[in-house]
Design a protein around this ligand. Structure first.
Ligand code: IPM
Ligand code: MG
Length: 368
C-alpha cells in the first residue's frame, strides 16, 4: 500500500515558520513510528497571489482534492489589504473550504493545566476546560447570494445573505451529534432564532435530527449572544457546541482566549468521505498570519502542531499517535518551554519557534 499523502500549504506570515516545525514532526513519525507520508507543498494566499496573481491556482485546488489531507498554515497580511476582494488571500482559503465541501469545522478549546493562569479568565473558570465547537463552514453569510456593494439611489449599500438549506444544517448537526457521542454526550446548538428566520430553521432542523437519529444525546439550544456570555461566565457547562459559519467564527476566537492564547488552537475541517473512506480534510491553526511577528522566529508553533495531531486522529485513524503528540505538547508546556505569547513579564527568556519544536521532538523521543 502506498503512503498516505499530505499537501502542505504553509501560506503567509507566520504560516511557513510554524509549518517548519510540523514538518520536523512529520519526519519524526517517518523515522521513529514507521508512519511515512508523501508530502507535497504548494502556495495559498498572498504568496500565491505574488507568484501567480491568484490566491489559489486551479492546479493547487486539484492537488487539494486529491490529497488524503491538507495542512494549512495561515493566509493574509497588510501587504494585501488593498487588493480587490476577489483576489484577497482569504479567498484562497474560502475556495478550498467551499470546493472541498468541508462543511464541519472542529475547533476544540482545551485549557492545558500549565496555562490555566495564563487565560484572561480566572483559573477555576478555565482549568480543565475541554469543549469542542463545531462550526458550519461552507454556507451561511460567508457564501450566500446576493452579496456585494451596490448603488441604490445616490448611496452605496453593502449586502450579504444568510442562507441555510435544511440539508446543510442537518449534515453539520449529525457530525456534531456523532462527536458528542464520543465525548460527554451533550450538544448545545447556537443561533439567533429570536431575530433570524434562518435561525428558526436551524433550531428546528437540529431538533428534528436529534429526535429522529440521536435521542440519546442531551440537546439544548441557546441564542448565540447568550452563548457568548455563557462561554465567558462558565465555559465548562458545555461539551460540544454546534453553530453556523459566522457565529462559529466569532465564538471560536472567544473560546480560544479561554485557553490562554490564540497560538494554542488547532482545527479540523471535514467533508464527506472519499473513495478511500477518509473524509475530505483540511487542518489549520485557528490563529491567523500574525504579520506583526512574522519572520522573527518567535511564533508559537503549537496550534499548527496540534492541527497535525488532529489529522492523525481524524484522517489517518491514529488516535494513539495523536495523543502522543498532545501529551508531548503538554509536557513541554509544563516544563516551561514557551514562546512569548505564553509568558508574563518576569517569566524569563521566551523560547523561539524552533526551540519549542526541539522540545516537542525530545518529548516524542522520550515517549517511546
Ligand atoms: C477563521 C478565519 C477565517 C474565517 C478568515 C481568515 C477567512 O478568521 O478561520 O476563523 O473568517 O473563517
Ligand atoms: Mg476566525
Amino acid at each position: 500500500m502506498s503512503n498516505p499523502s499530505l499537501l502542505i500549504l504553509a501560506g503567509d506570515g507566520i504560516g511557513p515558520e510554524v509549518m517548519a516545525e510540523v514538518k520536523r514532526i512529520i519526519d519524526w513519525f517517518g523515522a521513529r513510528r514507521d508512519l511515512t507520508f508523501d508530502v507535497t507543498e504548494g502556495l495559498v494566499g498572498g504568496c500565491s497571489y505574488d507568484a501567480h496573481g491568484t490566491p489559489l491556482t486551479d492546479a493547487v485546488m486539484a492537488q487539494a482534492q486529491e490529497a488524503d489531507a491538507v495542512l494549512l498554515g495561515a493566509v493574509g497580511g497588510p501587504k494585501y489589504d488593498k487588493l480587490d476582494f476577489s483576489v484577497k488571500p482569504e479567498r484562497g482559503l474560502l475556495r478550498l473550504r467551499k470546493e472541498m465541501d468541508l462543511f464541519s469545522n472542529l475547533r476544540p478549546a482545551q485549557c492545558f493545566d500549565a496555562l490555566a493562569d495564563f487565560s484572561s479568565m480566572k483559573r477555576d473558570v478555565v482549568a480543565g476546560l475541554d469543549i469542542m465547537i463545531v462550526r458550519e463552514l461552507t454556507s451561511g453569510i460567508y457564501f450566500g447570494e446576493p452579496r456585494g456593494v451596490f448603488k441604490e439611489g445616490n448611496e452605496r449599500v453593502g449586502i450579504n445573505t444568510q442562507r441555510y438549506t435544511e440539508s446543510e444544517i442537518a449534515r453539520v448537526a449529525r457530525s456534531a451529534f456523532e462527536l458528542a457521542r464520543k465525548r460527554d454526550n451533550r450538544l448545545c446548538s447556537m443561533e439567533k432564532a429570536n431575530v433570524m428566520e434562518s435561525g428558526i430553521l436551524w433550531r428546528d432542523v437540529v431538533q428534528e435530527v436529534h429526535d429522529a437519529e440521536y435521542p440519546d444525546v442531551e440537546l439544548s439550544h441557546m441564542y448565540a449572544d447568550a452563548g457568548a456570555m455563557q462561554l465567558t461566565r462558565w465555559p465548562k457547562q458545555f461539551d460540544v457546541i454546534v453553530t453556523d459559519n459566522l457565529f462559529g467564527d466569532i465564538l471560536s476566537d472567544l473560546a480560544a482566549m479561554l485557553t490562554g492564547s490564540l497560538g494554542m488552537l488547532p482545527s479540523a475541517s471535514l467533508g464527506a468521505p472519499m473513495a478511500n473512506g477518509r473524509p475530505k480534510a483540511l487542518y489549520e491553526p485557528v490563529h491567523g498570519s500574525a504579520p506583526d511577528i512574522a519572520g522573527k522566529g518567535i511564533a508559537n508553533p503549537i496550534a499548527c502542531i496540534l492541527s497535525f495531531a488532529m489529522a492523525l486522529r481524524y484522517s489517518f485513524d491514529k488516535g494513539d499517535e495523536a495523543t502522543r503528540v498532545e501529551k508531548a505538547v503538554e509536557k513541554v508546556l509544563a516544563d516551561g518551554v514557551r514562546t512569548a505569547d505564553l509568558m508574563q513579564s518576569g517569566d524569563g527568556t521566551p523560547a523561539t519557534t524552533s526551540q519549542v519544536g526541539d522540545a516537542i521532538l525530545a518529548a516524542l523521543d522520550a515517549s517511546l
